[in-house]
Design a protein around this ligand. Structure first.
Ligand SMILES: [Cu+2]
Length: 289
């Protein structure tokens, strides 16, 4: 996120007025920021209550890009379709972000048709995970095969991700998993975590080491952060059905977290950010081997 000094007065004014207003009317978190977002709906995921919007610059917050957002409005979710014009409040708090107060302008009939979800094909449990060659946070070569004999939990992040519900949440979940693994003598020998960057050109080993350090306390014994040849990263990410695209300093991406068996086969894929560390922990405890 670009917090350039010239934007500060605007941001500050917005924050002050938002928090003043909120304190007056409810017990919402103090750290809530609201911005106006306008754009065109690219797709609607009713099951997960999310919309993907190709939005204009959000003044004082971020440049225009295509992104998905939870939409907190059940009625709007029912009627919203790809091609519609959407105006809404983008609410950002310490724990997440979402859209509310939507105003919908229906797209022209005969306008661009709903694009099918871009999610890639996903492998079935039991499929062999490709043995990509990457590098860890110390610049040491790392491959999927080297974890044979241990269960592996893989997720994808990038260090500059600004969305609390995306990469920072995945890393916070992994930090919880890491503590649980370190606190269990059996799991400690049998389980390993791997966070692979979706921004390998920027997230070099040193960047990952510093980012990872804040989550691991600097101990990477059971948790590696990987970067490498962008084509190798893509091969692994797309195997799990993750889609992503660079957009300036940002990466527009979906989320996939996968549990891989000790013999290198897919056990389970978690889509999105709704999964809880406890679910993965119980997968790890119940894995054969
Ligand atoms: Cu992200």
């Amino acid at each position: 996120m670009n917090h350039s000094p010239r934007r500060l007065p605007f941001v500050l004014a917005a924050v002050l007025s938002a928090s003043f207003f909120l304190q007056g009317c409810s017990s919402k978190p103090a750290n809530e920021h609201r911005y106006e977002l306008k754009g065109k709906v690219v797709s609607v995921d009713r099951a997960n209550g999310e919309v993907t919007v190709d939005h204009e610059d959000v003044k004082g917050y971020m440049p225009g890009m295509t992104m998905h957002f939870p939409l907190r409005d059940a009625e709007a979710l029912k009627v919203l379709e790809a091609g519609d014009q959407l105006q809404a409040a983008l609410v950002i708090t310490d724990d997440g972000y979402w859209l509310e107060d939507p105003v919908i302008t229906k797209g022209q009939p005969g306008g661009p048709a709903a694009t099918p979800s871009a999610a890639g094909a996903e492998p079935q449990p039991g499929a062999e995970v490709p043995d990509v060659k990457l590098f860890n946070q110390d610049g040491r070569p790392l491959s999927i095969k080297q974890f044979k004999g241990r269960a592996l939990v893989v997720t994808f992040i990038y260090t500059r991700c600004p969305l609390p519900d995306y990469c920072p949440l995945m890393s916070a979940n992994f930090a919880q998993l890491n503590s649980a693994i370190l606190g269990d003598a059996a799991l400690r020998r049998r389980a390993h975590l791997l966070s692979v960057t979706l921004d390998p050109e920027y997230d070099k080993p040193a960047v990952l080491k510093s980012y990872g350090g804040t989550y691991t306390g600097g101990k990477f014994d059971n948790w590696d952060f990987a970067t490498g040849d962008p084509a190798e990263v893509r091969r692994l990410a797309e195997f799990f059905g993750l889609t992503y695209k660079a957009d300036g300093d940002q990466v527009i991406h979906s989320l996939r977290t996968a549990v891989v068996t000790p013999d290198g086969k897919l056990f389970k894929i978690y889509r999105g950010n709704g999964w809880k560390p406890d679910e993965v922990l119980s997968d790890l405890k119940n894995l054969p081997g």
